[in-house]
Design a binder for this molecule. Sequence first.
Ligand code: PPE
Length: 304
Amino acid sequence: MEKAKYIWLDGDFIPWDEAKVHILTHTLHYGLGVFEGIRAYHCHDGRTAIFRLKEHIQRLYDSAYVMQVAIPFPKAQVEEACVEILRKNEQKEAYLRPLVFIGDGAMGLNPGDNPIRVSIISWLWGAYLGDEGLIKGIRLKTSAFTRHHVRIMMTKTKTVGNYVNSILAKREALQAGYDEALLLDTEGYVSEASGENIFMVKDGLLRTPPLTSILPGITRDSLLTLARDMGIPVRERKFSLDDLYLADEAFLSGTAAEVTPVREVDGRIIGSGTRGPLTEKLQSTYFDVVKGRNTTYQRWLTFV
Ligand code: PPE
């Protein structure tokens, strides 16, 4: 990763190399922390726009609220810091990572009154699943690990510790020669990938699992809005692996992964084995929106 000049930590911009924490940092030991991933794009007119900043920061505060982690900054200040860090780092395009964590003080499972700390990091992050993946599609493997159950984890939060489940699944997929892992829910229905939501297309119908026990993806929400506005029929309902194997098209959505086509699942070729036509349409519309070429959705952009 290429270093930027500054990192925002607890209200101040400090040099990248000085953004360090103590080894007793509570989150390091027990995994209670919340985070976000946000992208800023270099627009066609030369400006930089952060995509759906308000929604990402709202989800950060929602995650923190559910996990009873009191963020010691007003939302507006964290939003402003996301804008400001891009200016300070002179980045036209970046991935922003706000992270809320519990600092050092008491050890043990009850964090007591350890300080709640907030940082924002910005760095250049290319295509999450590869440039080729964006065009040709990736190979997905169903994981032996099940997605978190709603009585085990707060599945709608972006909690640090939740991602151990994702890491286990991702590594398993990579070790088997696949690009990404698909996780099923505790009933065995398709839920989401290690770091993305999933969509499938069958007979012109766009399908995605409901928000029962998955991360309410902001990219997912954006694509559902775009699809509905384009007149594409959409259904948010559970589906099984055999539904997915028989799909005409499939793709993953996420801030990092953007819209990545899926060309194979567990050895079954999906549709024509390449990026499908509806996937391509949604993908190109998504890129037009985030890069400010499509002005209909300019309400989603925060210009830096
Ligand atoms: N599900 C999971 C489990 C998930 O982590 C993400 C984002 C999504 C769905 C899609 O959410 P959204 O970005 O709001 O559309 N994953 C982030 C983390 C990537 C990482 O490796 O770190 C991301 O895409 O930023």
